[in-house]
Design a protein around this ligand. Structure first.
Ligand SMILES: [Zn+2]
Length: 289
């Protein structure tokens, strides 16, 4: 969607501001007194999100799921016909971006998506109207605002590949969530009937709570416990790859198919995403992994 928009003339100040930021980076530092912290992107991200809620107040809501290590809020935009409410039978979906703070494109895509959904809903785009009325969409543009600040301040010319990638404490959030796959596989190995082992809900193990878990990771985990998400995606940058569950192999085998019960659906989703990206960017794509 973003790529399509950048190929056509800006339709509104929103789109124009986004393109400017993509090309030239953020404006100078600002101080947000309500946060008491020198902020670059989080202030402007919030400003942009607020402009969306002002434009589409009936279908949007901004909320926070917690704070980063340095105290920056993790803002989420909710888009639905009844914001703030879980409606029976209406699936909950989320996009998370910026887990690696130096991968900036995901945040821009998510910010652009919220603008797009608002504008198209108002225009009566039937596909978007259906999405807004029949699902509840949650968009977290920046899961690692501390890392993004570090990467931004260094600049793309001076930053190494890891500058701003991790949390302020040096934690890679991409490997910071509990490994529930192996708990399930271990249980299947010892069970009299492996098909009876639950693959639906596995509690977080006790030992995990004693490990180094970033506050940002904890915030996302409790967010997932609060809202019954049925589907989500996490946007990264730098690789042309789509991964889907179970995104690891048993015993760290170099190659092994570890499908979920929803494998056909995940493969279809990944293929749709990968082929759409290929069309939008005129890239030669090898396939889905
Ligand atoms: Zn990443």
């Amino acid at each position: 969607m973003l790529l399509c928009n950048t190929q056509s003339p800006p339709e509104s100040p929103w789109t124009a501001s986004l393109i400017v930021r993509l090309v030239s980076g953020w404006p100078n530092s600002r101080f947000n007194p309500s946060e008491g912290f020198l902020l670059q992107h989080i202030f402007l991200t919030l400003q942009l999100m607020k402009s969306v809620t002002e434009e589409c107040p009936d279908i949007t809501r901004i909320y926070t799921i917690g704070k980063s290590y340095t105290g920056l809020k993790l803002y989420v935009m909710e888009i639905s016909d009844n914001p703030g409410k879980h409606e029976l039978g209406e699936p909950e979906f989320r996009y998370v971006a910026g887990m690696h703070g130096n991968e900036a494109l995901g945040r821009e895509l998510v910010l652009n998506l919220m603008q797009y959904l608002c504008k198209e809903y108002k225009k009566g785009n039937q596909r978007v109207v259906r999405l807004v009325t029949e699902t509840r969409i949650h968009l977290l543009p920046s899961m690692n605002p501390d890392g993004h600040e570090v990467a931004y301040k260094k600049g793309s010319e001076l930053a190494g590949w890891a500058e701003g990638r991790y949390s302020y404490e040096g934690i890679d959030m991409n490997h910071n969530f509990p490994d529930l796959n192996n708990i399930m596989w271990d249980a299947q190995e010892t069970a009299a009937d492996p098909s009876k082992v639950s693959n639906h809900y596995i509690p977080i193990p006790e030992y995990y709570t004693q490990e180094d878990v970033a506050p940002e990771t904890r915030a996302v985990i409790s967010w997932m416990q609060d809202i019954p998400f049925v589907l989500s995606a996490n946007l990264h940058g730098g690789e042309l790859v789509v991964t889907y569950p179970f995104d690891c192999t048993r015993d760290w085998a170099p190659q092994e198919n570890t499908p979920t019960a929803d494998d056909a659906f995940f493969r279809w989703l990944a293929t749709v995403y990968a082929s759409t990206i290929c069309v939008a960017t005129v890239l030669v794509c090898g396939g889905v992994m």
